[in-house]
Design a protein around this ligand. Structure first.
Ligand code: GTQ
Length: 347
C-alpha cells in the first residue's frame, strides 16, 4: 500500500512537473496523432441550390459588394463549424455580384478558383485582363495577382469560390493588399491569355516553363463540354469516375493551380459507379444532369447548382439518372508533391 502510494505520487509529480515546463507525454496521444488510416472532423454534406439560392440573393440586400469587399456565403463543413473550411485544407463559398456592382481590387497569397453557377456575363479582371463569366466557366486567380469583379449585365451572378485558405493558414504565409482603387488598369485585350497559351500553342520566346501556375486564366465551358462530348463515344469510361479531365497548366502539364486540383467529368445516363476513395477530400459542383452520390452508405441526391463535399478517405460512388457533368476540386497537387496521395477502387 505504502509502496503504491509512493509510486502514484512519483508519477503524479512527474506529470505535473513536465506540464509546468510545457512538455507532454506522447504515449497518451500517439494513437490519435499517428492513425492507422485518415481521420477527419469533416463530414459529407450537400448544399441544395434550390434551398440556398434565395439566401445568396438576399445577402445582396444585407450588404453591398463594395462594403463587404467580397459578398460571400461560406460553405462551412458541419463537422468544423466556425472554421471557414469545407475540408481540412480547403475553403468554399458562394459569391454574389449584382448588376452595376464592383468588388474592389485586391490581392492575396491565397490562390482562388471560380466556378460559375448562375448568371450571364459578369466579369472578373485578373492581372490586367478582363474575363466574361458564363455558367460552367472555370477561372483562376493565381496567388498575389490583383483581381476585381464586376457586373455590367442585367442579371445577378453567382459563382463558387474555392480557395486554399486553410493551407495558407497552416504555413503562416497569408498576406493581402488592397489596390486603393475599385478597379485595376486593364492592359490586355479579353481572351489574350487563352489565345497565347490555351490553343495547343505556346509563344516560342520568353516563356518560363516552370511557372507553377497556369498562364490561362479562363477555361470556357464551351470548350470543356466539347472535349467531353467528343470523348464520350470513344473512350472507355472509368468505372468510378466516368470520363474525367483535369484542368492543366499548358506550360508543364501539371495542375492549373499549384495547391488545388480541378476536374470536370461526364457521367453517362444510368451510370452505376464503383466505390472508390482517395486521400484528397473533394468538393463537387453540378453543372448538368441529375444523379446521386453515395458517400459511405448515405445517399446524396443532386441536380444543377448543388455543391457537395466528400471528405478524404470516405468511400463514395456516383449513380446517374440523366447524363451529368460535375466540376470538382481538391488539394491533390499538394499531396502529390509530398508523395502522400493515395487512391483505391473498392471491390
Ligand atoms: O474573390 O477575392 O470567397 O478574397 C474569399 C476571399 C473570395 C475573392 C472569397 C476572397 C475572395
Amino acid at each position: 500500500m505504502e509502496n503504491n502510494n509512493t509510486t502514484n505520487n512519483f508519477k503524479n509529480n512527474f506529470y505535473n512537473d513536465i506540464k509546468q515546463l510545457h512538455l507532454a507525454p506522447l504515449w497518451e496521444v500517439l494513437s490519435n496523432l499517428v492513425t492507422t488510416s485518415p481521420k477527419t472532423k469533416a463530414v459529407p454534406h450537400l448544399w441544395k441550390w434550390e434551398n440556398i439560392k434565395k439566401h445568396v440573393l438576399t445577402s445582396g440586400e444585407v450588404i453591398s459588394a463594395e462594403e463587404a469587399e467580397r459578398r460571400v456565403l461560406i460553405l462551412e463543413n458541419p463537422g468544423m463549424k466556425g472554421e471557414s473550411k469545407i475540408t481540412d485544407t480547403l475553403y468554399a463559398g458562394l459569391q454574389l455580384i449584382l448588376p452595376g456592382e464592383i468588388a474592389p481590387s485586391h490581392r492575396h497569397t491565397q490562390s482562388a478558383l471560380r466556378f460559375i453557377i448562375d448568371g450571364n456575363g459578369a466579369y472578373t479582371t485578373v492581372d490586367g485582363e478582363k474575363t466574361t463569366m458564363l455558367p460552367g466557366d472555370f477561372i483562376i486567380t493565381p496567388s498575389w495577382t490583383w483581381h476585381d469583379h464586376g457586373n455590367e449585365s442585367d442579371e445577378p451572378m453567382i459563382w463558387l469560390d474555392g480557395l486554399d485558405i486553410p493551407i495558407i493558414q497552416q504555413f503562416t504565409s497569408s498576406f493581402t493588399e488592397r489596390l486603393g482603387q475599385k478597379t485595376q488598369i486593364i492592359n490586355k485585350p479579353e481572351g489574350d491569355s487563352l489565345a497565347r497559351f490555351g490553343s495547343g500553342l505556346l509563344p516560342v520566346n520568353n516563356i518560363s516553363l516552370n511557372n507553377k501556375v497556369s498562364p490561362v486564366f479562363s477555361y470556357p465551358y464551351s470548350r470543356t463540354r466539347e472535349a467531353l462530348e467528343k470523348m464520350k463515344n470513344r473512350d472507355k469510361w472509368d468505372e468510378s469516375h466516368g470520363i474525367r479531365l483535369k484542368y492543366t497548366n499548358p506550360l508543364n502539364g501539371g495542375h492549373a493551380i499549384p495547391t488545388m486540383a480541378t476536374f470536370m467529368q461526364l457521367l453517362p445516363k444510368s451510370f452505376s459507379g464503383k466505390y472508390s476513395r482517395s486521400t484528397d477530400g473533394t468538393i463537387y459542383c453540378v453543372i448538368e444532369g441529375f444523379g446521386e452520390t453515395v458517400i459511405g452508405e448515405e445517399k446524396y441526391n443532386w441536380s444543377k447548382g448543388d455543391v457537395f463535399v466528400v471528405p478524404g478517405w470516405f468511400k463514395f460512388k456516383h449513380n446517374t439518372q440523366e447524363e451529368a457533368v460535375l466540376f470538382s476540386y481538391s488539394d491533390r497537387p499538394v499531396q502529390e508533391m509530398l508523395g502522400l496521395f493515395r487512391e483505391e477502387v473498392m471491390e
